[in-house]
Design a protein around this ligand. Structure first.
Ligand SMILES: Nc1ncnc2c1ncn2[C@@H]1O[C@H](COP(=O)(O)OP(=O)(O)O)[C@@H](O)[C@H]1O
Ligand SMILES: [Mg+2]
Length: 390
């Protein structure tokens, strides 16, 4: 069957910044996007054709979405896999990635167990439900990252526990049913955006270095400043992960590069991911365009590097919520190497992702020093932005 324009309509559960950037990428392809999100005027709504205001697990809303579109996907793990599968079947529209994959990924313990069963390297982990159980694991692993099984993001739901005496409080903080993972003293964090297209085709983007503070992604550097061996290992692990996943689309594969040079999978996102935002400027086909193409079963676009790229996240003020009025953007607009992305959120809540900057190096200079300079410049420009009244 040949592809014709105007193209199909894509339904996206979730209308945050990922939905917004999906809609931005879909537009030149002639693909309309309809998002479903409980927040009226969500970030994607200004770019998408329409928004259905409904919860991510609301059957009526998701069925109404399925009725209007030619294919379904999601940009948030809170989408309900059972409802998605039922709506897909009833309205005869494909949904990608597979709701079964979403269900596995939604629960960090189930996800990690499934990866380990598939022979994919993960940090040592254990299920914990009681303070005594956690105390034992903290001793055994000599420190853990305690993770709520469901609903965590941007570090919310994660608590580092280094002493058995901290166990009870930590467990109460994550809400009881949890996974404890050996605390990894990593050399660096890296990520691979992987793609699965029609007929089992897979592709990966160049390995990205991700820099977190307080468990939140602050900056990314692509290509990663890692050894050739670590890059090769990350690519091989990513291929194994793609093999293990079901359904078309882009996947964010978060990895730890250990001091011993091993690569371990931290977690997988069945959707475009913050560590792939640089692909908008740094590659010919962004993760968002390729997600649209993959979900629709269209040919995938090239994933190779066009320019080294550094991304710096613009987060809400650390201390308090403020109106989302960002000041100081002249500096970014004046910088020829910088591109600005604003997500259109109404409140700059503490550490909320409000936008990002991407700086590209047009010389395709592979030297790590060039990427270090780009990273400093990105931080300098980002730190010149503020939500405070000056
Ligand atoms: N086992 C671990 N050891 C050390 N640091 C970790 C571990 N797990 C997570 N982290 C840190 O916390 C960050 C967020 O954890 P992650 O499980 O990816 O949660 P989220 O869903 O919030 O992204 C990671 O990117 C990493 O910096
Ligand atoms: Mg993560």
């Amino acid at each position: 069957m040949s592809i014709t324009l105007p193209g199909p309509t894509l339904g996206v559960v979730g209308g945050g910044q990922l939905g917004r950037m999906l809609a931005e990428a879909a537009s030149p392809l002639g693909v309309d996007v309809v998002v479903l999100d409980p927040t009226p005027a969500c970030p994607a709504s200004g770019v998408a054709r329409d928004q259905i205001v409904a919860g991510f697990d609301d059957p009526d809303g998701i069925h109404a979405l399925a009725e209007r579109v030619d294919a379904l996907t999601f940009e948030i793990e809170l989408a309900d896999p059972e409802v998605l599968a039922a709506a897909s079947e009833e309205h005869d529209v494909p949904v990608h990635p597979d709701p079964g994959t979403l269900e596995t990924i939604q629960d960090k313990l189930v996800q990690t167990e499934a990866l380990a069963d598939a022979g994919i390297p993960v940090p040592e982990f254990a299920a914990v439900a009681t303070a005594e159980g956690l105390e034992r694991v903290v001793e055994e692993f000599d420190g853990v990252m305690l993770k709520a099984r469901r609903g965590g993001y941007d570090g919310r739901g994660n608590v580092p526990v280094h002493e058995p005496s901290e166990a009870a409080d930590a467990l109460a903080e994550v809400g009881g049913d949890a996974m404890a993972e050996r605390f990894v003293e990593f050399e660096r964090e890296i990520a691979v955006m992987g793609l699965k297209g029609a007929d089992g085709a897979t592709r990966t983007y160049p390995v990205t270095e991700t820099i977190h503070r307080e468990e939140i992604l602050r900056e990314s550097v692509a290509p990663a400043r890692a050894s050739d061996e670590a890059i090769a290992r990350a690519e091989a692990v990513a291929e194994d992960v793609l093999e293990f996943l079901d359904g078309r689309g882009v996947y964010g594969i978060e990895l730890f590069e250990t001091r011993e040079g091993d690569v371990l999978v931290n977690e997988i996102a069945p959707r475009p991911h913050n560590s792939g935002h640089w692909t908008i400027e740094g590659t010919r086909t962004s993760q968002f365009e390729n997600h649209v193409r993959a979900v629709l079963g269209w040919p995938l676009g090239p994933t190779d590097l066009v320019a080294p790229a550094v991304t710096a996240n613009v987060l809400g003020d650390t201390e308090e919520s403020r109106p989302a009025t960002l000041r100081g953007i002249e500096g970014v607009l004046d910088a020829p190497e910088a591109d600005l992305h604003w997500y259109g959120k109404n409140d700059a809540r503490p550490l909320r992702k409000m936008g990002h900057l991407t700086l590209t190096d047009g010389t395709v200079d592979p030297e790590a020093t060039a990427r270090a300079a780009l990273l400093s410049r990105a931080r300098e420009l980002r730190d010149g932005l503020t939500f405070r009244e000056t």
